[in-house]
Design a protein around this ligand. Structure first.
Ligand code: GLN
Length: 203
């Protein structure tokens, strides 16, 4: 998707790491949720953003590019300064405190331990309807070579579970899902992320 620059905006600006993976679907969802998407490829792109999204894709590739472009430290600083981050699937892996299968460097911004490719190496996706703490109706959850959140530590709120594992978790302004809300027609999770950013400083 091509993003048209706007001169005047009162919308929240949400960065989307746009190096590989399904970042265009996130940009469409951010627009539907009422915010302005901005593609992030280098540290200077983080200026003026309320939050950033780390999309799905291949976390090893994202990690390599984050490191090469100087974004790894810049994203950690962004979070330390109060910016919100939403990681989906590979993005959740990047946010985790601990990554297994195999062990991998991560941003360490979310107090969870996560197991990569936990459902085997299949390319097939699975779609489940699941309950969340976001609302009473179930939510469509698309899993693609998803990781499993094995444990959550102090400060992490589990907002949804699937087959006994957390699949949507929040710690202050850090949100992560092991599924792909951007691949559905339902902007509920993106709207929830925006609500974390506009609701004053996180607890
Ligand atoms: N299997 C990928 C990884 O480990 C994540 C898959 C995804 O983002 N859909 O990085």
């Amino acid at each position: 998707m091509k993003i048209r620059p706007r001169l005047v905006t009162h919308q929240l600006r949400i960065g989307i790491l746009a190096v590989q993976g399904d970042y265009e679907a996130h940009a469409r969802m951010v627009e539907r949720a009422g915010a302005e998407p901005v593609y992030v490829r280098r540290p200077a792109d983080l200026a003026g953003l309320a939050g950033i999204i780390l999309p799905g894709g291949e976390s090893t590739t994202h990690l390599k590019i984050l490191t090469e472009e100087g974004l790894f430290g810049a994203v950690q600083k962004f979070a330390a300064a109060g910016g919100g981050i939403f990681g989906t699937c590979a993005g959740a892996i990047l946010l985790a405190r601990e990554v297994r299968n195999p062990a991998q460097t991560s941003l360490g911004l979310l107090n969870i331990s996560i197991l990569r490719n936990a459902y085997g190496r299949q390319l097939a996706s699975e779609i489940h309807m699941g309950l969340t703490k976001l609302r009473s109706e179930p939510l469509e959850m698309v899993f693609i070579r998803a990781p499993i959140i094995e444990s959550v530590g102090e400060g992490v709120d589990v907002l949804a579970e699937d087959e006994g594992h957390p699949v949507l978790v929040r710690q202050g302004r850090i949100l992560a899902s092991t599924f792909h809300p951007e691949l559905t027609a339902d902007p509920a999770v993106h709207i929830f992320f925006l609500s974390l950013l506009s609701a004053g400083r996180a607890s």
